[in-house]
Design a protein around this ligand. Structure first.
Ligand code: 5GP
Length: 118
């Protein structure tokens, strides 16, 4: 997967303060803010402040155990993938030990199903 970072992407503009956002938390290395079209009552996006296209780009550029945790090696992103970490009842976490799902190998469609009817 090529790492071709476009600094005109919407999140880069948010980081530069060119577009407003509803900040939830900001650290020296990351910004968390509400998604503009939430797909659940809480839908927060967390982004690194560095210019990284995807996780394996980040892992390529950064160092440390966290980046190596998932074993997604630099340059192995292929045609794309999705990382999901479920938590608690609402996240439908079955196994109570932190784990991240990595999915790929086909087009995966949109992220969430519609909410369950009342
Ligand atoms: P992706 O489809 O790339 O995984 O997710 C992009 C997300 O960014 C979408 O959920 C979309 O609603 C959100 N998004 C797109 N533009 C903006 C924006 O200008 N502000 C905020 N807060 N979220 C945005």
């Amino acid at each position: 997967m090529a790492y071709d970072y476009d600094d005109q992407n919407i999140f880069a503009k948010i980081l530069r303060g060119e577009i407003p956002n509803a900040t939830v938390l900001e650290t020296a290395h990351s910004l968390a803010f509400n998604d503009i079209t939430p797909q659940a009552p809480d839908h927060v996006l967390v982004i690194p402040k560095g210019p990284y296209v995807c996780y394996d780009h980040f892992a390529d550029a950064a160092s440390g155990e966290v980046c190596r945790l998932l074993g997604v090696k630099p340059g192995e992103g292929g045609d794309g993938y999705r990382m999901i970490a479920n938590s608690g009842d609402n996240g439908v976490q079955d196994v109570q030990h932190l784990h991240v799902h990595i999915l790929g190998g086909r087009w995966l469609g949109r992220m969430l199903q519609k909410p369950r009817p009342e």
